[in-house]
Design a protein around this ligand. Structure first.
Ligand code: FES
Length: 373
């Protein structure tokens, strides 16, 4: 059998060249070589990896016409997560995150051992993995890993809640869904300390824009806490002197966690930090004297002009979809809103919906509009 050929892929307008085999997608080839292109589902469903083929021959694996319709295909648009190079290619990227393009961090598959499983709330768990082989990993705070369901090729995406400064460990915050194959069957029922888990890391472009110095508004809900926590820890560890406000929305008091930890973290950050947890449906016995209402209402109530701010949003799609117009109406530039939607997993069998915040995450992320992020 002849060995699969490799071809050069040149990306405009960023002047980066990689090599891609015919048997791998252009997106995977880029990840392998430490080039973090924009991506979401990696399965031809979301359009996050859409680009324009300027020159060369490529073939695409099946994809959804929601991600790329016939007209766009005719115009030369392609999905890099589906594309295989059959000659040298020239490709124009539509959206990209300049700081992330050449992280130089190649994808790694890591064998791990469960070190700790802790209940954070009635439906939220903290999972700590000990990195065994290799015993370390590289990632940028805000990125995510794919955790494999043992004995299968199925995986779920979860953001790291720690930073690369944490030696030999990866920490995740995972919401347990009643029928979640990973979160319920495995994490809530079978998994125990000492068990082996394999993960692939890192993915995602929901990371701090380090070149900017502007103040930041973080908005989180559910397990969207994880990537925001990772970024906050990173800011504290590295003395990043930017002012930040963190709005976190939950339904009732029993859905809140890490209140003290985040306050303490804020004290370690060199810039001013304000944490505003809010309850949308406080119960009579919640004994809550903090903010109440939908998190978007709370922001409208407490903030005025956000035109100098950058916004980072992580959590369920309804929260992000509601926050987007509010932020824009309060002055945040469209190209200064970054989000990580924790949508239904693209890896769920039959692609079923799993509630407002699906098991796993990372199907859709980025700035809302194509363009340099
Ligand atoms: S369509 Fe390629 S990453 Fe979603």
């Amino acid at each position: 059998m002849s060995e699969k050929k490799k071809h050069k892929v040149y990306f405009e307008p960023v002047d980066i060249e990689i090599e891609a085999g015919e048997d791998e997608t252009v997106l995977d080839a880029a990840f392998r070589q430490g080039v973090m292109l924009m991506h979401g589902c990696k399965e031809g469903q979301c359009a996050a990896c859409k680009a324009v083929l300027l020159d060369g021959d490529m073939d695409m694996d099946p994809f959804s016409t929601f991600a790329l319709n016939e007209f766009e295909e005719g115009e030369g648009y392609v999905l890099l997560c589906r594309a295989h190079a059959y000659s040298d290619l020239e490709v124009e990227l539509i959206g990209y995150h300049e700081d992330m393009l050449q992280t130089g961090i190649p994808l790694q598959r890591i064998n791990t051992e469960v070190e700790e499983i802790e209940d954070l709330t009635h439906d939220m768990k903290r999972l700590v993995l000990n990195l065994v082989d290799p015993p370390e990993m590289q990632f940028i705070p805000g990125q995510y890993a794919e955790l494999y369901i043992p004995g299968t090729q199925e995986h779920r995406a979860y953001s790291m809640a720690n930073t690369p400064a944490t030696d030999k460990r990866a920490e995740f915050i995972i919401r347990v869904y009643p029928d979640g194959r990973f979160s319920s069957d495995l994490l809530d029922n079978e998994l125990k300390v000492g068990d082996s888990l394999t993960m692939q890391v890192p993915y995602g472009v929901f990371t701090l824009r380090e070149k900017s110095e502007g103040d930041i508004i973080f908005i989180g809900g559910g397990s969207g806490m994880a990537p925001i926590l990772s970024i906050l820890k990173h800011m504290a560890e590295n003395g990043i002197e930017r002012n930040a406000t963190y709005y976190y929305g939950a339904r009732t008091r029993k859905d809140l966690f890490y209140l003290d930890e985040i306050q303490e973290l804020g004290e370690q950050m060199p810039g001013e930090f304000r944490f505003v947890p809010a309850l949308s449906e406080p119960e009579d016995d919640d004994d809550w004297d903090g903010e109440t209402g939908l998190i978007t209402d709370v922001i409208e109530r407490l903030e005025d002009d956000l035109s100098e701010m950058e916004a980072y949003l992580a959590g369920p799609p309804p929260m992000i979809d509601a926050a987007m117009p509010v932020l824009k109406s309060m002055g945040v530039g469209e190209d200064h809103i970054y989000y990580d939607k924790f949508t239904q997993t693209s890896h769920t069998p039959e692609g079923e919906e799993q509630g407002e915040e699906g098991e796993g995450q990372g199907v859709e992320s980025g700035p809302e509009f194509p363009g340099k992020a």
